[in-house]
Design a binder for this molecule. Structure first.
Ligand code: ADP
Ligand code: NI
Length: 218
């Protein structure tokens, strides 16, 4: 595939994704924009195929299980139909759809291995957007969207061992830090991802520490 053709596919996909994502909480276009940019940074450090990285980053949230009654097969299906309509080669479609299918965090005790360097890069980029200053903002924005409490000391966190249990839990937002966000640093796939995660992780730890201090009136 020529570079010109790849560029055209990426531009059309960007427009398609923008039209599809408008309005849903936590997965707006700017999340995709940030994930794409970090993915390209990590991907070039890690010598990944940047066409696959960029396509998968653009399409990774095209249909979120949280908004499709827990159905994780919708995203890859929409992505496949879209890429087929652009005559993208079958191997690239297969690769991108596999990344989209495997990428999500499914609970503290559930393994979500990525099988290719491109998958590892995009998963790291998606996870980086869930931690640090932006991660904190997204967590409370999601909690607000779901009408959840900021915090409730009577409900300790749960380390979910199945995706189903993780999806059904509707605890307060501070729990989400313990059930997911603090775990992400050690699940980075790439060296570049780990380095970026360290700083964001520390920032989040300080934040929750301060939050709990204020909660106790100190
Ligand atoms: P991923 O992109 O890894 O699949 P999700 O789609 O689960 O992540 O989450 C999207 C955003 O919403 C993330 O920033 C995540 O931290 C946040 N989020 C998901 N579940 C919760 C929750 N129970 N409480 C607060 N924030 C949440
Ligand atoms: Ni995402």
């Amino acid at each position: 595939m020529s570079e010109l053709l790849k560029k055209d596919i990426l531009l059309k996909t960007e427009t398609f994704v923008k039209e599809h994502l408008e309005g849903d909480s936590g997965h707006d276009w700017w999340h995709i924009h940030r994930v794409r940019n970090v993915a390209l940074t990590i991907g070039s450090e890690e010598q990944a195929d940047l066409f696959i990285v960029e396509l998968a980053a653009l399409l990774h949230d095209i249909a979120d299980h949280k908004f499709n009654d827990g159905d994780e097969t919708v995203g890859p299906k929409i992505a496949r139909e879209w890429l087929e309509s652009l005559n993208v080669d079958e191997a690239s479609i297969e690769h991108v759809c596999k990344i989209i299918k495997d990428i999500s965090f499914k609970g503290a005790g559930v393994r979500t291995p990525m099988h290719t360097i491109e998958g590892k890069v995009v998963q790291d980029a998606d996870r980086l957007d869930a931690i640090g200053a932006i991660g904190i903002a997204r967590a409370f924005s999601y909690g607000g969207f779901k009408n959840r409490e900021l915090y409730n000391p009577n409900h300790p966190p749960t380390m979910h061992t199945s995706f189903d249990a993780y999806k059904k839990d509707d605890g307060h937002t501070i729990n989400h830090f313990y059930e997911k966000l603090f775990l992400l640093k050690d699940r980075m796939n790439t060296r570049t991802g780990k380095t970026i995660a360290e700083e964001r992780h520390k920032f989040m730890q300080n934040y929750v520490h301060q939050f709990l201090k204020e909660w106790d009136g100190k």
